[in-house]
Design a protein around this ligand. Sequence first.
Ligand SMILES: [Zn+2]
Length: 294
Amino acid sequence: MTGPATVGPAARRPVGSHTPTSGGLARSVLPYVDAAGSRVVQVYVSNSRGWALPPGDPAQDALLRDGCGARGVPVYIHASLLVNLGSPTPATVQRSAQTLAHALRRGRAIGAEGVVFHAGSAVEAGYAETAMRQVRETLLPLLDEAAAAGGPMLLVEPSAGGGRSLASRVEQLGPYLDAVERHPMMGVCFDTCHAWAAGHDLAAEGGMTATLDALVATVGADRLKLVHANDSKDLCGSTRDRHENIGKGTIGEPAFAELMRHPATAGVPVVVETPTEKHEGHATDIATLTRLHP
Ligand SMILES: [Zn+2]
């Protein structure tokens, strides 16, 4: 999975979607995976806009783990969107740490490969340095614990920018990884809509390629562990994060063709978080990206 792109199964980029879990983890996810044609799946294990940390149902956990294992479908968790390790409010930092610890525990129960969380923001002027210290102090024990337990990894996702975000441009991932001493359990999730919103011109010819080149130059060749492939409803640099179906938005299909053939994405799973009616929008986007695969 590292080094130059290789031919064959190792270079395959499995494509899937963020998948709803209401009604039981395995009971809702497995039929959705089959209907959408997903080769990778991402789920929430707690409310995306809440702090409650549900324990999970061991029977559903086992069914999901076995069902995805049998299908060869890797599982990823997206942590609550409220997580902000850079917050100037101590209670938010504490709840964020508890939420990530919970997601890692749940990830072990369902056999997840990684837990995605947003890079966060300092919120207030002059708080960036303290915010990065909070990132370090919160993440290092969790990363050590993940290493000892054999996974899952923590995957930082750059935000759409604005609001004093700690990492939105790919170049900002360098200092973010430095803050956790480039810990081996720390990976990166690259979201195309966020990068576009943060000012990377992915729609220009060669723009996606240049952005992924810059990502690799900043974080190294093997840190990219997951891609969120989302088109956008907004303009480049808008700092707005409204996802659109692949090829139907302002980023456009040629950029996603560049994404699917860049050496940095070889072997890396690609998840869509696009608008969908039941599984149908996702099925179309998964088919589109799979068609763009070399
Ligand atoms: Zn995303």
